[in-house]
Design a protein around this ligand. Structure first.
Ligand code: DX5
Ligand code: ZN
Length: 226
């Protein structure tokens, strides 16, 4: 049965990197369900962030599951590192290779699962939801990007939220139990357009708020008015 509230995955990209342990404890205390970890390689996206050693450090202080979003080329080289570091969900991008995206997605899903993690597939704003309908059965989670991946604090692209409904209908039609997550520009207003999502990622909305508890509660409750 679908939950009445969204689950929330605050993105540590917007946290205070000099105080990561404090930040993780604070969002956990505030009701976060997952911790979203944005891994960028300066190649698949024009920004560099963190790697597996930081994920391992986060794992030591986190009581909630780590939701690792890999915005990197050749993720197959690093999946074992992230799994060993303690990632619970490992999400890769569909757009990694133009010509062999299907084979690529299949190989990556098996590799992630073989390491004991839940497998996620993410699509960028310009990728139509229909392109991944045939891959839904391979993944535990689909991450719909509602900004171009690369930076936190960008403006939500409303058209992207329409993909949630398309994916939800197709997931139900195929009788699957894949979760839907949306990422980018989420706040209490934009969340209202995301009623078909199970999990909301939020960077700025949570970490730039004076009260993490209030921010997370507002986001969770936005499902009721969506
Ligand atoms: C963007 C990242 C997002 C981002 C979210 O490439 O995948 O997770 O950090 O940040 P906000 O919620 O501030 O858009
Ligand atoms: Zn992300």
């Amino acid at each position: 049965m679908k939950k009445k509230h969204f689950e929330i995955s605050p993105s540590i990209l917007s946290a205070d990197f000099a105080n990561l342990q404090k930040e993780v404890e604070a969002v956990t205390q505030a009701g976060a369900d997952y911790l979203h970890v944005d891994v960028m390689d300066g190649h698949f996206v024009p920004n560099l962030t963190i790697g597996a050693p930081v994920v391992a450090a986060l794992k030591r202080v986190s009581k909630i599951p780590l939701d690792c979003h890999l915005m990197i080329t050749n993720p197959e080289k690093y999946i074992s590192d992230f799994a060993q570091a303690g990632a619970e969900i490992i999400t890769v991008h569909y757009e990694l290779s133009q010509d062999s995206s299907e084979q690529n997605a299949k190989t990556l899903a098996s590799l992630i699962k073989a390491h004991g993690c839940r497998a996620g597939l993410s699509i960028k704003p310009k990728t139509p939801a229909q392109e991944i309908f045939h891959l839904l059965g391979l993944f535990d989670l689909i991450l719909v990007m509602s900004v171009e991946p690369g930076f936190s604090g960008q403006k939500f692209i409303p058209e992207c939220a329409l993909k949630l409904g398309e994916l939800k209908r197709e997931i139900d039609r195929q009788g699957l139990s894949c979760l839907l997550e949306i990422d980018g520009g989420i706040n209490e207003e934009t969340a209202k357009a995301c009623g078909d999502a199970d999990i909301l990622v939020a960077g700025h909305m949570v970490f730039r708020s004076p009260s993490y508890t209030e921010a997370i509660q507002k986001l969770k409750a936005a499902k009721l008015t969506s």
